[in-house]
Design a protein around this ligand. Structure first.
Ligand code: HEC
Length: 154
């Protein structure tokens, strides 16, 4: 009886090892397939996926962690950068209680989808002389998620 058990257990182990081995071998081609699918379907699909993820999470997009290093989202609570509460639709460099750079004060931008998208892509290009020393967010889908999130901040 014990011998039989051992044999079954042994077989199970072999089967398991095989299955694991197969799974491990199987993953690189799968990843490649996923990559190809992603690049083939391009930006709209990526944006949809990103938006769906955010909606499911119900709040802060993961990419916002980069902004949170310098920006709070609580009204009036400025850090290295100004609070981003209620930023959408305001004029650049006008939030009370924060000392903006001359460049930002003179930029005279209204923070809407277009200006935010350009600024977040390359802050120091859009507003030369800005003291937001952030290289920029190159992923368009991540920028869209962040802008959508900024709109929800009151
Ligand atoms: C290294 C710190 C830092 C990071 C990271 C950073 N910012 Fe800033 N941000 C600043 C500073 C400082 C200013 C003020 C700029 C000035 O006065 O020139 C600013 C200004 C802004 C403004 C303009 C505010 C206004 O009232 O005109 C927006 C919008 C903004 N940041 C959004 C973001 C977003 C979104 C991210 C993430 C993608 C981000 N920032 C990442 C430091 C940062």
């Amino acid at each position: 009886m014990k011998g039989l058990y051992m044999r079954i257990a042994g077989k199970t182990l072999v089967a398991l090892t095989l299955a694991l081995g197969l799974a491990a071998c199987g993953s690189p081609p799968e990843d490649k397939a996923a990559d190809t699918a992603a690049s083939d379907t391009a930006a709209p699909a990526a944006a949809t996926t990103a938006a769906a993820t955010t909606a499911a999470a119900g709040a802060k997009p993961a990419a916002f962690a980069q902004c949170a290093a310098c920006h709070s989202v609580e009204p009036g609570k400025h850090g290295v950068g100004p609070s981003l509460a209620g930023i959408y639709g305001t004029k650049s460099g006008e939030l009370a209680g924060y000392t903006f750079s001359e460049a930002m004060k003179k930029a005279a931008l209204t923070w809407d989808d277009a200006t935010l998208d350009e600024y977040l892509t390359a802050p120091m290009k859009k507003v030369p002389g800005t003291k937001m020393t952030y290289a920029g967010m190159s992923d368009p889908a991540a920028r869209q998620e962040i802008i959508a999130y900024l709109k929800t901040l009151k």
